[in-house]
Write a protein that binds this ligand. Sequence first.
Ligand SMILES: [Ca+2]
Length: 266
Amino acid sequence: MGDDPAGPDAGGRGGGDPASAHGGLIAMKPFQTLGAVNGMRLLNRLCAAGLAALIMLGFAQAAAAQNLIANPSFETPTLTAGQTTTSVPGWTVNSSRPSGIAYNIPELTTSSGNQWLFFRREISQQTTTIIEAGQTYTLTGDFGVRTDRPFPALPQPASLELWAGGTAMNGAIPGGTFIGGTGVDVVAGQFTPGTFVWTVPPGSPFVGQLLSVRLTPSVGDEIAADNISLTTPSTVPTLSEWAMILLGLMLAGGAALAIQRRRMTV
Ligand SMILES: [Ca+2]
């Protein structure tokens, strides 16, 4: 028994000081493994949080970009180079003079997409948006004219208008009320933007009515329009606010990982 080399050693471990170097090393292994596992879990959670934030950022961008106008850039129907059409889906057209959609030409390149509207009389569209009390509506659009279709004098104004109520038909909005708009001085060979902003005042009689948009050329000659937009302010955080949230997540994650690594090396 006494010459068993394993006896005294085994007895020493079993009855030894738990704070000895040997015992301490045995105790550190599970601690380090647990720390690494916790670190990985923390990292996974941070990655999941970052992914969720990115997804929400995508939703925020989509919400901020929502346009209340149908066929706003006149990209429907899809044309090819050299084609034109008198079909303008989503809009009503005064057809007493030809209007329609054209594909880009050297004399005028669109400000959005590959196609733009040409019109010689007014066109209109009734949206599905019901006017809300206190809401702000921003109407924008680009107007131009081909370099080979000179007016007697340029620039000429085109009108971008916001209407309430009534019914859009034949380029007009009979029964509706003109809310306001902006004139855009059209020049040859390029599109010029115009903007009209309307905040519904307290007690407005238009609350509950449908919003409509009308585009009107000034002198009955051919004017081009493109990139019509009607939007309301987004209620989700802005891109800069989301960037701050992501930055905060990254800083918090970095600090947490640094603390975890420090604990593992102690
Ligand atoms: Ca377009």
